[in-house]
Design a protein around this ligand. Sequence first.
Ligand SMILES: C[S@@+](CC[C@H](N)C(=O)[O-])C[C@H]1O[C@@H](n2cnc3c(N)ncnc32)[C@H](O)[C@@H]1O
Length: 279
Amino acid sequence: MTADPEQSDAGVFADIDALPQPMFEVLLGVLRAMAAHPEIERVRRTAWEALAPQPGQRLLDAGAGAGEVARELAAVVGAEGEVVAMDASARTLRAAEDLTPTHLPVRFVQGDVTDLRFDADTFDGVRAERVLQHLADPDRAVAELTRVTRPGGRVCLIDTDWESAAVDGVPGDLAAVMRDRLLNLSAQHHNDMGRTLRRRLVHAGLTDVTATAVTLVFPNPTSAAVVMPFFNPEVPPEAGMVPDELRDRWFAEVAAAGERDEFLAALTIWVAAGSRPIR
Ligand SMILES: C[S@@+](CC[C@H](N)C(=O)[O-])C[C@H]1O[C@@H](n2cnc3c(N)ncnc32)[C@H](O)[C@@H]1O
């Protein structure tokens, strides 16, 4: 996927631009569908309250993906403010820009959250949603996000705790194999990122650090498939979510559990935030 050996087992979101076009389109569709899911909306409401955006502010969404949150923030900061939607993927940024009405004050910038090309104290608030779990050095990203936030400004991190993933209604042996697969998809991927966010913000020197666990609940496979890709039969086999030899049995069991109304899945996403101390 990439020439950098340190990044070579980082998972698809670490280098989206290296993906074949059909896989990129699946991924963009996944991001768009997730943004519209009521359980993700619940996570984002929690993060919105933690960031507390105000008219006229300058905000950064690092790893902005398809840009849904950047657009919502832009509507609040208005013409006197600005939202920078930053992402490592040029292709994702182009798609996000195409989705953004030109009257919204969003600036699209390609960059690396671990090496930000912004001066210190540039932003009133910064956020990064489901980005740190993909990084080789997440603390460097937290340090950079803190550096570019002005004293008194807010840093808000949102990330998944994949180890919290739970399912009921499918045979236990199959669920155990799938859990093992999920937690070993990529050597570099941080499956516990969500629960570590608070500690990382404290270490970065932020004050008034809060952490909120939002447990997403999915009462049927269709709902779960939007956020947990291993329940989604449309994710291509090349993504490696489901072992090839188990694919037919897994999706048949998941569908059958749904038909019996015995399916249940849950996943916790954490929202942590803090303020940059005023010197
Ligand atoms: C799972 S997606 C989340 C996108 C968006 N935050 C959302 O919640 O829909 C992860 C995003 O982080 C971006 N990303 C990965 N590594 C990055 C890095 N080092 N710097 C900036 N963005 C990065 C990816 O290109 C991708 O758009």
